[in-house]
Design a protein around this ligand. Structure first.
Ligand SMILES: *[C@@H]1O[C@H](CO)[C@@H](O)[C@H](O)[C@H]1NC(C)=O
Ligand SMILES: *[C@@H]1O[C@H](CO)[C@@H](O)[C@H](O)[C@H]1NC(C)=O
Ligand SMILES: *[C@@H]1O[C@H](CO)[C@@H](O)[C@H](O)[C@H]1NC(C)=O
Ligand SMILES: *[C@@H]1O[C@H](CO)[C@@H](O)[C@H](O)[C@H]1NC(C)=O
Ligand SMILES: *[C@@H]1O[C@H](CO)[C@@H](O)[C@H](O)[C@H]1NC(C)=O
Ligand SMILES: *[C@@H]1O[C@H](CO)[C@@H](O)[C@H](O)[C@H]1NC(C)=O
Ligand SMILES: *[C@@H]1O[C@H](CO)[C@@H](O)[C@H](O)[C@H]1NC(C)=O
Ligand SMILES: *[C@@H]1O[C@H](CO)[C@@H](O)[C@H](O)[C@H]1NC(C)=O
Ligand SMILES: *[C@@H]1O[C@H](CO)[C@@H](O)[C@H](O)[C@H]1NC(C)=O
Ligand SMILES: *[C@@H]1O[C@H](CO)[C@@H](O)[C@H](O)[C@H]1NC(C)=O
Length: 366
């Protein structure tokens, strides 16, 4: 009895940081504030105040994974977006976008509205998100150690069910530095970023329209973006992507904002340590081969590949050559594709090969 009481008191004495955020499936009429500097605690928590977006704001949780042996891949985005913030066609404020490829390279695409709202529970070490009524939810555990995430899809009426399980293999970070309080979260003005899983060993076990999308130990990734102004008014073009090659995990962001200024965020991790930052040379991404107009235009086709140069300071220079593979989804203003990558530290005798998943936005018309 005494022991039980003592442990109950010890439990009560521990400050509880658990927070539950209930988000209704509506647009807020009050102006939203976007977090722009990281706070102590959960990097993956909601970033808008209030959590419900106004017409021009958005806050999304993004997950993807690609097989290292064939085209099998999946991209899952839990959107909480005002209609002008990040336009998702034919969707309510809260919706889940699911795109990917079967092993043979054929694409699938499903979008599911929530019928009610979303519930997000989090503390420093845990997060769960349930887009209620969609059948799709996620949780992340061990966030202060080596994070593990799982997404559960139970939407047979939309043709999709199964799980995606991700085990982190590279440290979390913000655009300019490590996962700690006081870091800037701005990628370009009005667009913010937090990268919980720059690289994750990922098991995918999905059934999509009756056919499997299934692989073990793929190259997975999880981040979130949010913003307080329409995305398409904030960005002119951008290249983002991630890859796993040999012992390396890489993430690149090279974007041009609406005023024409280029912004960079580069990340290269090995053995649990990363180099990177947001200086002008942190990473430079340039298209090569066919359709390599730079900056890209609405009329530019899919680039044949991307050359990436990362300045790692004292750790040297890392160069990666990405070759475009099968496209997951494309429009005039957007390309998302899988690919292969070859790269290594300049001056070392070793290069590594691996799998990449990347995207391009292009809003310029001339
Ligand atoms: C915002 O205002 C519109 C028009 O007055 C109203 O219909 C809507 O319910 C309001 N939204 C919220 C979240 O209160
Ligand atoms: C999702 O909601 C949007 C907006 O209300 C609607 O246009 C669309 O048809 C809905 N999608 C589905 C699959 O019900
Ligand atoms: C991947 O998809 C392409 C078509 O986009 C196809 O030619 C290729 O054979 C597929 N790869 C595998 C391993 O099936
Ligand atoms: C998500 O919410 C729905 C509706 O409340 C509930 O039925 C379902 O069990 C929840 N899913 C998870 C994983 O908690
Ligand atoms: C949690 O993270 C720690 C530190 O990286 C690791 O030692 C431990 O195995 C992780 N636990 C789980 C359940 O993954
Ligand atoms: C994949 O999912 C199916 C049905 O959802 C299940 O029967 C099977 O055991 C799962 N396989 C793995 C490797 O988890
Ligand atoms: C690729 O695989 C999917 C799922 O099994 C199938 O529906 C589709 O017809 C296949 N595509 C081709 C070109 O064979
Ligand atoms: C380049 O773009 C054109 C026009 O969109 C397209 O037909 C072609 O396949 C693209 N080249 C590559 C390598 O994707
Ligand atoms: C990237 O790879 C392609 C295809 O192998 C090659 O043609 C190109 O020269 C490479 N680019 C660089 C900068 O190495
Ligand atoms: C690269 O250099 C290291 C150190 O000199 C050596 O141990 C290794 O065998 C070399 N690898 C190759 C592929 O030549």
């Amino acid at each position: 009895m005494r022991l039980i009481l003592a442990s109950a008191l010890a439990y009560l004495a521990t400050p509880s940081l658990a927070t539950t955020v209930n988000i209704p499936n509506v647009v807020s009429n009050s102006t939203v504030t976007a977090e722009s500097t990281s706070v102590a605690g959960n990097l993956d928590a909601p970033k808008l105040t209030p959590a419900t977006p106004d017409q021009s704001a958005y806050d999304w949780w993004y997950f993807d994974a690609v097989s290292t042996t064939d085209n099998a891949s999946v991209v899952l985005v839990f959107f909480n977006s005002g209609p002008d913030g990040f336009a998702v066609p034919d969707a309510t404020v809260l919706n889940v976008g699911i795109d990917g490829l079967y092993a043979n390279g054929s694409a699938y695409s499903i979008n599911i509205n929530t019928t009610s709202g979303a519930v997000i529970d989090y503390d420093d070490n845990y997060i769960s998100g349930n887009w209620t009524g969609s059948g799709i939810s996620f949780f992340g555990t061990n966030l202060t150690g080596t994070p593990v995430y799982q997404i559960t899809l139970d939407a047979p009426e939309y043709g999709i069910s199964g799980t995606v399980t991700m085990r982190s293999r590279a440290p979390s970070h913000y655009p300019c530095g490590p996962n700690e309080a006081g870091q800037t979260e701005q990628l370009v003005p009005h667009v913010f970023w937090a990268n919980m899983l720059p690289d994750a060993a990922t098991d995918v076990n999905l059934t999509v329209d009756g056919s499997p999308v299934s692989f073990a130990d793929g190259a997975g990734y999880h981040d979130k973006n949010w913003g307080d102004a329409p995305f398409a008014d904030s960005v002119s073009s951008w290249y983002w992507g991630h890859a796993h090659l040999g012992p390396y995990s890489i993430v690149w962001f090279d974007a041009i904002d609406s005023t024409g200024t280029e912004h960079h965020s580069g990340y290269v991790a090995k053995d649990g340590v990363f180099s990177g930052g947001c200086g002008d040379a942190a990473v430079v991404a340039r298209p090569w081969g066919e359709n390599s107009t730079y900056p890209p235009l609405v009329t530019t086709g899919i680039m044949q590949g991307l050359e990436l140069t990362f300045d790692l300071g004292q750790a040297g220079e890392f160069v990666a050559n990405v070759t475009t593979g099968s496209a997951v989804s494309t429009s005039d203003t957007y390309v998302r594709t899988i690919g292969t990558v070859v790269g290594g530290l300049v001056g070392s005798n070793e290069t590594f090969e691996g799998a990449a998943l990347f995207e391009e936005f292009k809003y310029r018309t001339s």
